[in-house]
Design a protein around this ligand. Structure first.
Ligand SMILES: Nc1ncnc2c1ncn2[C@@H]1O[C@H](COP(=O)(O)OP(=O)(O)OP(=O)(O)O)[C@@H](O)[C@H]1O
Ligand SMILES: [Mg+2]
Length: 246
């Protein structure tokens, strides 16, 4: 079982869109995939439930070990793709992780699933917290969407500093440009200088595309919604790069 995370301390950069599209492509490639929505906003749960509400379990059930993790899993309606929906109580996850000094709970919770799951994808809320620390530790690779703007690049630098400070392996952090709009001068400039700005980043650039926004209305991955679109092609290339790192 491999575990990857889509993470950034900055909000609204395309973490959930990437997590859902990559989860779908991985499942199509034959990986038995589990997407865990760790964000109390519940956006990836919404997508995988076909743009509908889905009732997750309370965090306390997991913490007390009352309910085995397998019971938290929902089927997505796509072959090979299951998910753990979020619950509003997940907003307390940070506080709980701080109180429980029992090592990496995320890793411990996932361990019983290793037989039947080949890929776990963690969709994380935007924060720099105890949860982020545990997610970065639990994940084999962490993918970080970066909008080509100074503010977003600054968040990427902060994340690298956080990883160094917490002695987390910086080499497992992989930035990639997200929501790129080449009509904007700054986006163009930062993309043209990608080799200096994100030297070890992934090469795929996810464009700003209305079809990705449309995913929200329809609750289906871009690969099904518009397989011939530039965005669908970009997510396929992103999956190819990610797959090589698994
Ligand atoms: N490539 C894209 N092109 C256009 N819109 C996008 C793209 N990626 C995401 N969006 C839109 O931008 C918004 C934020 O995207 P998303 O939810 O994926 O970001 P996020 O980083 O997970 O946000 P949060 O930090 O709130 O969890 C959504 O409305 C989504 O539809
Ligand atoms: Mg999100």
């Amino acid at each position: 079982m491999r575990t990857i995370a889509f993470y950034s301390l900055k909000g609204g950069v395309g973490k959930t869109a990437a997590a859902v599209n990559i989860a779908y492509l991985a499942s199509q490639a034959g990986y038995s995939t589990l997407l865990w929505d760790l964000d109390p906003q519940g956006a990836s749960s919404w997508y995988l439930a076909g743009a509908g509400e889905v009732k997750g379990h309370k965090l306390s059930h997991l913490l007390k070990g009352k309910t085995p993790i397998a019971e938290f899993i929902h089927e997505s309606g796509y072959a090979n793709l299951d998910f753990i929906p979020s619950h509003t109580s997940f907003r307390n996850l940070d506080v709980k992780l701080d109180q429980e000094d029992e090592g990496n709970l995320i890793k411990q919770w996932l361990a019983p699933l290793s037989e039947e799951t080949s890929l776990v994808i963690l969709d994380c809320p935007p924060s720099l917290s105890r949860l982020s620390e545990q997610v970065i530790k639990a994940a084999d690779q962490v993918f970080v969407p970066v909008i080509p703007t100074w503010l977003s690049l600054n968040s990427w630098k902060q994340l690298q500093a956080f990883a160094r400070d917490k002695k987390l392996k910086p080499s497992k952090l992989h930035p990639f440009y997200s929501m790129a709009d080449r009509r904007k001068g700054l986006h163009r400039e930062l993309i043209n200088n990608q080799d200096e700005i994100l030297p070890k980043g992934l090469k795929t650039i996810i464009p700003n595309a209305s079809v990705v926004e449309k995913m929200g209305e329809e609750g289906i991955p871009v690969e099904i919604l518009a397989p011939g679109s530039v965005a669908a092609d970009a997510y396929r290339r992103l999956w190819k790069e990610i797959r090589r790192l698994l």
